[in-house]
Design a binder for this molecule. Structure first.
Ligand code: SAH
Length: 228
């Protein structure tokens, strides 16, 4: 393994250790850390930022969006508790980095991105790296993807003002939903919602975070909605 990737993994482990009182554990699962070691983050960042690709920080990917911080990607993935036969829904594909990490850990990944150019960029990365278990959609992920529901896990990689109801409905009993909640520039919390086998919901606040906003196009562009 090359040095930059090794450094990234060490930085993630250190940050997990520093935040152990928030996240309730001292280390992430070995499966997740292996997936972080296998996905080449440099393939997902723009050319002019390749030299920072393995830094433990978010980076701009264009269109006012970011590739998430590796520690956050690892933590959110860990909270999903994925098994090899699981089906997962991701809202906010971006450049596809988290999608690729998820794809190494479960059977099928469905991912929705509202910015077409980013979705196309992600698809190019998936083809180059030969991922065959990822299905993409361009659209508003607030509504989820009912055709393939229910999902064993759902991860939202943009911050909403509340947990979208359609996503809770599309979560399988026994499944986990991970989502940052809070308004842009304001306090945001990473939440873990669990739906138990009796469909009872529990929500835990994990730690303060900073994400780009989840944009619910239906509300912001009503004219567009009537055309659908
Ligand atoms: N998962 C990415 C993070 C991308 S940033 C990673 O691995 O780095 C969050 C993404 O969510 C942005 O690309 C943004 O365009 C997208 N997004 C925001 N609101 C959305 C919505 N309602 N539906 C789908 N995608 C959305």
């Amino acid at each position: 393994m090359h040095n930059d990737l090794q450094r990234m993994l060490t930085d993630i482990k250190n940050e997990v250790h520093f935040t152990r009182s928030y996240i309730g554990r001292n280390a992430l699962s070995e499966r997740v850390m292996n997936a972080m070691a296998e996905v080449p983050r440099d393939e997902f960042v723009p050319d002019h930022l390749k030299h920072q690709a393995f830094d433990n920080c978010p980076l701009p990917i264009g269109y006012h969006q970011t590739i998430s911080q590796p520690y956050i990607v690892a933590l959110m993935t860990d909270l999903l508790e994925l098994k090899p036969d699981h089906k997962v829904l991701e809202i906010g594909t971006g450049c596809g980095y988290q999608t690729a990490v998820l794809a190494r850990l479960c059977a099928e990944v469905y991912t929705i991105e509202r910015i077409a150019e980013l979705s196309h960029m992600a698809i190019d990365h998936f083809i180059k790296l030969q991922y065959r278990n990822i299905v993409t959609q361009i659209g508003n992920g607030y509504q989820g993807w009912p055709e393939h529901a229910p999902y064993d896990g759902i991860v939202v990689t943009a911050s909403a003002s509340h947990i979208p109801e359609p996503l809770i409905e599309q979560l399988k009993p026994g499944g986990n939903l991970v989502i940052p909640v809070g308004l842009p520039q304001m306090h945001q919390e990473l939440l873990l919602l669990k739906k138990d086998l009796h469909e009872e919901l529990t929500v835990d606040s994990i730690l303060p975070v900073a994400f780009v906003p989840l944009i619910d196009d239906k509300i912001r562009h009503p004219a567009h909605h009537t055309l659908q």
